[in-house]
Design a protein around this ligand. Sequence first.
Ligand code: FEO
Length: 172
Amino acid sequence: MNTKMEKAINEQINAELYSAYLYLSMAAWYSSSGLKGFANWERIQAQEERDHALKFYDYVLARGGAVTLTPIAGPPTEWRTPADAFAFQLEHEQKVTELITNLVNLAQKEKDHASYNMLQWFIDEQVEEEENARDILDKLKLIEGEKGTGVLFMLDKELATRVYTPPVVEKT
Ligand code: FEO
């Protein structure tokens, strides 16, 4: 792997760990707002982000590259409403999609087929990441329209049912 690709993937490791930080911060905010189901959902989201970081981390090592961990920026700590938090999350995921797209473009430019192949998983994953955030945001917008909290608590119960599924570890 050339140094340009190695540097870019190391930056993505930092971006994925920042995403984990952001969602843990949201989980804490939901917890202290009495929405334990939302908190559960974001805690699991944070675990998934850590898995994303590790997927890149393992890839760099598998290619004989060096993993360089850099400081992670502090995320925001509060939002006005759950709908604001999910709008923030959707925007964040759209930015991550852009970062992944830039990595794919770089892999193409550098004729790095292995990196290009590895990145296809992330292309699909970002479609799901944006869809998840958009779906919940849409529901929250409906709730705001109704000006009721009953539906919010029903959604909280629904989000409480999310369970963490560890990634399948590929044998090397
Ligand atoms: Fe690592 Fe939420 O994408």
